[in-house]
Design a protein around this ligand. Structure first.
Ligand code: FUB
Length: 327
C-alpha cells in the first residue's frame, strides 16, 4: 500500500482510522491510531458505535514519502483482560523498548488502560496480562520528559466514564455536575521506570483561566472533555484536548508537567464528524498536528480518517488557530 500524504487529506484510505498519536522514533514518523470498524450500527452518546478490535501502526520516512501500514500490531483476542472497544492508543519509547498504551473495557464493562510491549515501533506488541493497576477511563497519552520521567495523561467524559470516577471509586450513576462547578480535569500519573505501572495513584490536572479560577463544567468552549496530549515547546508544557460538545481542540500551558495549566485558546476549529482528537509532534524543524475527521465516510461519526497539517506558533508561544478546511 503506497500513498504519499497531502496536508488536510486522509493519510490512508484502505481502512478507517482515528485518534492519531504521532511520534518520531529513529528519525521516522510513526502514527498510532484507532482502527475504526466499517459497520452500520447505531450511534449513541455512550460511544457504543466505536467497536474497535485491533490496532494498526502507520509510518512514513518524511512527508514526501508513502505511508506504510504495518498491519495488525495488537488484537483484542490477545489481551487477556479486555472485552471490547479498543479506543485511542498512544506509544512511547524507553529503555530500548516500545510501549503501546491503550484503553478497553474490562470483563465488567469498565474502561481500563493496558500496556503492550515490542522491540520494534511497528509491533507486533505483546499485551501484559492485566491492565495497569489504578487505571480507569480512556485516551492515554504518554509524555516522556527530557529528564526521562514519563507521565500518563488520560480521561474522557460520557462513554469514557470519567465522571463515574469523581469520588475515586467507580459509581455507575453519578450525579451530574452543576454548570458552575469546576469542570473535571484529565488525570495524570507518573509511570514506573519500566513503564508498566503507575508509580503513584493518578490525580486530577487543574485547568484554570488567566485569573487562576478553575474552568467551569458549563464552559463547554473551554472545559476538558477527552483526548489529552502534552508536548513541550520553548520550555513550556502544552496540554491540548478536545472540548467534546463544542468540537474544538484547545490548549492550556504550564511550567510544570503536573499543572496547573492556564487556558490559552483554540488549536483546531470543528471537523466533519462528532469527535475531534489529535497529537502534536516536531519532525525535523517543523511542528505538525495530526487529527481526524469523518470526511472519508461522508460524515459517519465512527468511520474516521487520520490527517495532518503543519502547526505554527506565534512569537509569544501561542499556537495559531488552524482551519481544517482551508480554501
Ligand atoms: O475513538 C473512540 C473515542 O472517540 C476516543 O477514545 C475519543 O477520544 C474519541 O475520539
Amino acid at each position: 500500500m503506497t500513498q504519499v500524504p497531502k496536508q488536510n487529506q486522509p493519510l490512508v484510505t484502505h481502512i478507517y482510522t482515528a485518534d492519531p498519536s504521532a511520534h518520531v522514533f529513529n528519525g521516522r514518523i510513526y502514527i498510532y491510531p484507532s482502527h475504526d470498524l466499517d459497520h452500520d450500527g447505531e450511534s449513541n452518546d455512550n460511544g457504543d458505535q466505536y467497536r474497535m478490535e485491533d490496532y494498526h501502526v502507520l509510518s512514513l520516512d518524511s512527508f514526501d514519502s508513502p505511508v506504510v501500514d504495518h498491519g495488525e500490531a495488537l488484537h483484542i483476542r490477545d489481551v487477556p483482560w479486555a472485552s471490547k472497544q479498543m479506543w485511542a492508543p498512544d506509544a512511547a519509547h524507553k529503555n530500548g523498548m516500545y510501549y503501546l498504551f491503550f484503553p478497553a473495557r474490562d470483563r465488567e464493562g469498565i474502561f481500563r488502560i493496558g500496556v503492550a510491549t515490542s522491540v520494534s515501533p511497528e509491533g507486533p506488541f505483546l499485551a501484559q496480562p492485566n491492565y495497569i493497576e489504578g487505571s480507569f477511563s480512556i485516551d492515554p497519552a504518554v509524555f516522556v520528559d527530557d529528564d526521562g520521567r514519563s507521565y500518563m495523561y488520560f480521561g474522557g467524559l460520557w462513554g469514557g466514564q470519567l465522571e463515574k470516577w469523581r469520588t475515586g471509586e467507580f459509581r455507575p450513576d453519578p450525579e451530574e455536575l452543576a454548570p458552575d462547578a469546576p469542570a473535571l480535569g484529565p488525570r495524570v500519573a507518573l509511570l514506573s521506570d519500566d513503564m508498566l505501572s503507575f508509580q503513584a495513584m493518578p490525580h486530577e490536572v487543574e485547568i484554570v483561566d488567566e485569573d487562576g479560577s478553575p474552568i467551569l463544567a458549563g464552559d463547554e468552549d473551554r472545559r476538558y472533555f477527552e483526548g489529552p496530549w502534552v508536548h513541550k515547546h520553548a520550555g513550556l508544557y502544552y496540554l491540548s484536548y478536545s472540548t467534546g460538545t463544542t468540537h474544538k481542540l484547545v490548549y492550556a500551558v504550564s511550567r510544570d508537567p503536573l499543572g496547573p495549566y492556564t487556558f490559552k485558546g483554540t488549536i483546531l476549529t470543528p471537523v466533519i464528524g462528532w469527535t475531534t482528537h489529535h497529537s502534536i509532534v516536531q519532525f525535523q524543524d517543523k511542528w505538525y498536528l495530526f487529527y481526524h475527521d469523518s470526511s472519508l465516510s461522508g460524515g459517519v461519526n465512527h468511520k474516521r480518517c487520520v490527517k495532518y497539517t503543519e502547526l505554527h506558533y506565534g512569537e509569544d508561544g501561542t499556537i495559531l488557530t488552524i482551519d481544517p478546511y482551508p480554501e
